[in-house]
Write a protein that binds this ligand. Structure first.
Ligand SMILES: Nc1nc2c(ncn2[C@@H]2O[C@H](COP(=O)(O)O)[C@@H](O)[C@H]2O)c(=O)[nH]1
Ligand code: MN
Length: 499
């Protein structure tokens, strides 16, 4: 009796695999309703991969395995990988049906439908991927003009669209894919502070950075960087310029735990004897206003997209670019405010500032004139990138290398959420347990956390994020790690004057 060796792979967490051998005989291979052999694969998946709700089997090209005869006639080869899904879409690269696939006559309805869809790539092998984010990703691949959809290893579900993804379109732009925090990003500074600085000193000094910047005029600060053409840029929101904001925005002092690439670190002047500052923030209410204005100009709603080369498209892009510029200045003023509390603003050196929520035009070989949308995805075509883990995990400085085509010229912008906010909040103890709250203000890495909002403290706890080392492993084909960073103090918010 013939047999076939297969490796069953958990589609949502592809490091989880198990080898199996199946005996094949005519009765198990009949295509009758009971599909005995496929049932046997589901049972093995349940037992070996602990996938109690195993529902769908995919071949490596994303085609669903529905016909047991493929196991015998060579369409499923010896030692094939079979991806077992609990209802989520295929995680991996789905190429548009190649002629060889079409010839083998195994196109099912789903694949035929996908002929019209963009190619979908999910770059997660070691990282956990929530099935809901794959469903969201699949939907975006059907949007008009969509060419390529790329889920990064930090992919996780958003309200309607996934976060940790890039979307490459022809002709159309999608304000809703970018969302309201247009221009959100990460800046990384080298400070003159020694790496021996006591975190408590930072905690004691970081007061007075909530609310409007009082020590100067925010709008003049903005024009001093962007020039006089920006005198009106975001002027209605100048009370928020230089403010961190809520959610997972932060200003964090880190030290270099490991110089992985000595030469590149030396080129950027990165040494273990300094303290560095990461600032994560965006365009605050300004971005929200830009999205709302775009929505009011789009009769079909922002989800329908707009032609970039139309009046509405051009207006959105102009406002979008202003919000991105504003967000960059916002990070600059946050750094200035934070560092001035430590008398260290003068000699700080900005090493990088990147947007991870934006859309930009790019000529792409083989695709031509495109729009690259990034929703929680760092650019990999602008040099050095900082990829934060969480306040209780390491962060990574990486340099993109090699071809950046498959990843949509983008990288993970962080670890990505493992738990939705509401679930993370459930871990909040009763008010009486103040010791648990105090415990949250120090991390397992010994760093300090300034966060006077208890809900936020729990929503943003390190356990709410995926494993950053798995994310970095998944990015290996595209980057070189140059340094590993260790947090020493994270500023989230104080209950002081807020705008
Ligand atoms: N080093 C820190 N990293 C953090 C913190 N809070 C969140 N994060 C990481 O940043 C990204 C940002 O995600 P975004 O979608 O809001 O742009 C997130 O995925 C986490 O990995 C922190 O306090 N410190
Ligand atoms: Mn962000």
């Amino acid at each position: 009796m013939p047999s076939i060796r297969l490796t069953l792979v958990n589609n949502a967490k592809q490091t989880q695999r198990s080898g199996v051998i199946l005996k094949l005989d005519d009765s198990t291979l009949s295509d009758s309703v009971d599909n005995t052999i496929l049932q046997e694969i589901f049972t093995l998946a349940k037992n070996k991969l602990r996938l109690k709700k195993a529902k769908t089997l995919f071949l490596t090209n994303g085609v669903e395995l529905t016909d047991p005869r493929w196991l015998l006639d060579g369409r499923v080869a010896q030692d094939s990988l079979i991806y077992v899904s609990c209802g989520e879409g295929f995680v991996g690269t789905i190429s548009k049906p190649a002629s060889s696939v079409a010839q083998s006559n195994i196109l099912d309805d789903q694949m035929t439908e996908r002929k019209e869809s963009a190619s979908i790539t999910v770059l997660a092998r070691s990282s956990y991927v929530d099935p809901e984010s794959i469903i969201q990703l699949n939907k975006t691949a059907l949007l008009p003009g969509m060419q390529q959809v790329i889920g990064q290893p930090d992919l996780h579900p958003g309200n309607l669209y996934p976060i940790g993804a890039s979307f490459i379109t022809h002709k159309y732009i999608y304000p809703a894919l970018i969302g309201n925090d247009i221009g959100c990003g990460m800046a990384f500074y080298k400070t003159k502070l020694s790496s021996n600085i006591k975190p408590q000193k930072i905690v004691d000094r970081l007061h007075g950075i909530e609310g409007r910047w009082q020590e100067g005029d925010p709008q003049s600060f903005l024009t001093s960087i962007l020039g006089p053409d920006h005198a009106q840029t975001g002027s209605a929101h100048s009370d928020q310029l230089g403010t961190v904001g809520g959610g997972n925005h932060f200003a964090e002092f880190v030290i270099i735990e490991k110089l992985v690439d000595q030469d590149l670190c030396a080129n950027f002047g990165l040494t273990e004897s300094h303290t560095y500052l990461i600032v994560h923030s965006g365009s605050r209410r300004f971005g929200q206003t830009v999205l709302e204005e775009a929505a009011s100009n789009m009769p079909g709603g922002t989800h329908k997209g707009i032609e970039a080369d139309s009046d509405v498209g051009r207006t959105y892009l102009e406002q979008h670019d202003r919000a991105c510029a504003w967000a960059r200045v916002n990070r600059e003023l946050i750094a200035h405010r934070v560092l001035s509390k430590l008398n260290s603003e003068e000699s700080a050196e900005k090493i990088l500032d990147i947007w991870h929520n934006n859309v930009e035009r790019k000529q792409i070989e083989g695709l031509g004139d495109c729009w690259v949308h990034r929703k929680g995805a760092a650019p990999s075509d602008r040099g050095l990138v900082v990829i934060p883990g969480s306040r209780g995990h390491h962060s990574y400085l990486v340099m993109p290398q090699g071809s950046q085509n498959l990843n949509g010229f983008s990288l993970a912008h962080g670890a990505g959420r493992l738990l939705p906010r509401a679930k993370a909040l459930q871990k909040r103890p009763q008010a009486s347990k103040s010791s648990a709250i105090t415990a949250m203000q120090t991390t397992d890495l010994g760093s300090s956390v300034i966060c006077e909002d208890t809900n936020l403290l729990f929503e943003e706890q390190p356990a709410a994020y995926k494993d950053i080392s798995a994310v970095i492993t998944d990015l290996e084909p595209f980057v070189k790690v140059i340094a590993i960073l260790r947090p020493i103090c994270t500023y989230k918010m104080r209950k002081e004057e807020r705008s």
